[in-house]
Design a protein around this ligand. Structure first.
Ligand code: OAD
Ligand code: ZN
Length: 249
């Protein structure tokens, strides 16, 4: 019933913004970060600090390859939650998709929605000196065959995963676009995120202060849940396809 009311708000809105987190990808086989089986219960976040990348890029890269293998097994594909968001975008009911995920599973090509990957994309690396970006898979292979740290062919700088590490700032323009979209949203959906990491966690508050209709779709309670107009506790792979159908009706 909450979902039906939310669907009606989405149908009436000129601007719908979604913020997603690791919970949208767990059904694709990617662990989230803060659940009992989450990444930060198996790895030490300190090992993935920008400071460590700078001071000890050899060991950083060794751990990074093992983190990557744990997070992204073989045959990872979008699930019904990604599909529902894509469908909403295609039908003109989702205008901006802001994600904290680095898995690259959101796809808004051939839709009019703007995709903002706030924390970067783990399938790319970026040269720490010249900014050259390239595909991460061959670089990880070079790391595994002993090249540590992997170096840029253009300038001999060191490659870094093209993700926001702890201790690093988000890309300024990405954050600005995300904030602007949040300010102008009529409906703001926070989906599959614990909303515990800034500055992404503030986006629903920005939307709420600007009178958006807000919703949280998540298994667990979040710090924003009590403030949201709709607090939908459920699995994203159930809730989002239902929501998408209701919007289409
Ligand atoms: P978290 O692991 O903090 O939160 C994921 C949330 O999704 C939890 O509240 C789960 O209850 C919920 N969840 C899991 N599976 C779900 C499902 N199938 N349906 C509904 N809810 C589900 O992950 P994020 O909030 O994304 O930063 O974490 C934010 C950032 O912290 C990440 O982007 C990462 C991490 O450090 C960087 O990589 C920079
Ligand atoms: Zn370079």
């Amino acid at each position: 019933e909450q979902v039906a009311h939310l669907a009606a708000a989405i149908r009436d809105a000129d601007s719908v913004v979604a913020l997603t987190g690791a919970g949208v990808s767990t059904a694709s086989g990617i662990p989230d970060f803060r659940s009992d089986s989450g990444i930060w219960n198996r790895f030490d976040p300190e090992d993935f600090h920008y400071r460590r990348f700078c001071n000890d890029p050899e060991d950083f890269w060794k751990d990074r390859v093992s983190l990557h293998e744990t997070m992204f097994g073989d045959g990872i594909e979008p699930n019904s939650a990604h599909d529902a968001l894509r469908e909403l975008s295609k039908n003109g009911h989702l205008h901006a998709l802001v994600t904290q995920n680095t898995d690259g599973l959101h796809d808004t090509t051939a839709t009019s929605a703007e995709l903002i990957e706030l924390h970067g994309n783990a399938h790319r690396v970026v040269c720490d000196s010249c900014g050259h970006k390239t595909d991460a898979a061959p670089i990880r292979e070079r790391v595994e065959s002993g090249e540590r740290p992997p170096r840029c062919g253009d300038c001999d700088g060191i490659f870094k995963p093209d993700v926001v590490l702890f201790g690093e700032q988000l890309e300024k323009s990405d954050l600005q676009r995300a904030r602007k979209r949040s300010r102008n949203a009529d409906v703001f959906l926070a989906i599959g995120s614990s909303l515990s990491v800034e500055p992404a966690a503030s986006l629903p508050r920005i939307a709420e202060r600007n009178d958006a209709t807000t919703a949280v779709v998540n298994l667990d309670e979040t710090p924003f849940s009590a403030l949201a107009d709709f607090d939908i506790r459920g699995d994203v792979t159930d809730v989002l396809p239902t929501l998408c159908e209701e919007v289409a009706d």
